[in-house]
Design a protein around this ligand. Structure first.
Ligand code: ASP
Length: 300
């Protein structure tokens, strides 16, 4: 708990709520660490929470170990459609893209949309906007997860996300995903939807989720966290309670994980998926902490 937020910054990132994969443990740890370093570098230098979230997510989109940007899961036709969203806790502005094809960094396009009136663009319209604004493009082959990873991931999920608090006391949250392996063409899950896969409000807190997208959307999980925090709950307790609702609503397989930062600066995370690669850093913590599941953090 922080009595005085002055000059404090904090960042937490996740690499998806997913099944355990021994072979990818190290790549997950390295990728999470790189993302934390990218975001923490922005915050320690006095940059904004929004810039830190974008930098951390962009780092993970560029790494094929995560299902976002490069490394995305193919849909039912073998094509790549991605979703990303970003939100600014200062004024509740948001930008998101759904089922966007051919862009290298969907989070950059979502961020750029924040300057417009619209908050979500999908499919062709999202790609048209990205082209008009000059975002770098990539082929499906360049974006697609390697075949071995696709087989291991069949029917399962993962996504990346980041939440940051900057020295000015501002919060931001973001998510980016290649969606579900074999998903229907045009499907959008929770990831780009404010109130479902992400939310940020300076007066309350900020969160980002990964997991069973349909169930997260049905439960408006991020909005639930905001309500719990306003009722006095702690961040970690609120996320734990929210993810515990997933199986009861979406069936036994519905799991997920979430990360967040309370307006008082407290970092929290919880998951009921086998693995949830998370890393965080804060001004007072020194070296970034990186874990593949909650038990690792609890063991110290
Ligand atoms: N929530 C994402 C989706 O439904 C997938 C994930 O988090 O793994 O598209």
């Amino acid at each position: 708990m922080q009595d005085n937020l002055e000059g404090r910054w904090a960042l937490i990132v996740h690499g998806g709520a997913k099944p355990w994969d021994d072979k990818e443990e190290q790549a997950n740890r390295d990728g999470i660490r790189a993302a934390v370093e990218a975001g923490a570098g922005v915050l320690a230098g006095g940059g904004s929470a929004l810039d830190a979230v974008e930098a951390a997510i962009r780092t993970m989109e560029d790494l094929s170990v995560f299902n976002a940007g490069k490394g995305s899961a193919p849909n039912e036709e073998g094509g790549i459609e991605m979703c990303a969203g970003i939100m600014d806790g200062r004024d509740l502005s948001a930008g998101a893209v759904g089922a966007i094809r051919s862009v290298r960094n969907p989070i950059g396009v979502a961020r750029r949309l924040m300057a417009e009136k619209e908050i979500i663009l999908v499919g062709e319209g999202a790609l048209k906007f990205a082209r008009e604004k000059g975002f770098p493009l990539a082929t499906d082959e360049e974006l697609k997860a390697e075949e071995e990873k696709q087989l291991a991931a069949e029917g399962l999920h993962d996504t990346v996300g980041a939440v940051a608090l900057d020295m000015g006391g501002n919060l931001a949250a973001g998510t980016s995903t290649g969606g579900l392996d074999g998903q229907k063409v045009g499907r959008i899950g929770d990831s780009p939807l404010p109130g479902a896969g992400l939310y940020a409000d300076n007066h309350v807190g900020a969160v980002s989720f990964s997991g069973d997208g349909e169930t997260i959307a049905r439960l408006t999980l991020a909005a639930r966290i905001m309500a719990s925090l306003e009722d006095g709950s702690g961040m970690e307790q609120a996320i734990g309670k929210a993810v515990a609702k997933l199986p009861g609503t979406g069936g036994a397989e519905a799991d997920g994980g979430g990360i967040g930062i309370h307006k008082d600066g407290t970092i929290g995370w919880a998951h009921n998926s086998p693995m949830f690669a998370v890393g965080y850093a804060a001004r007072e913590l020194g070296a970034p902490r990186v874990y593949l599941k909650k038990d690792e953090e609890e063991r110290g």
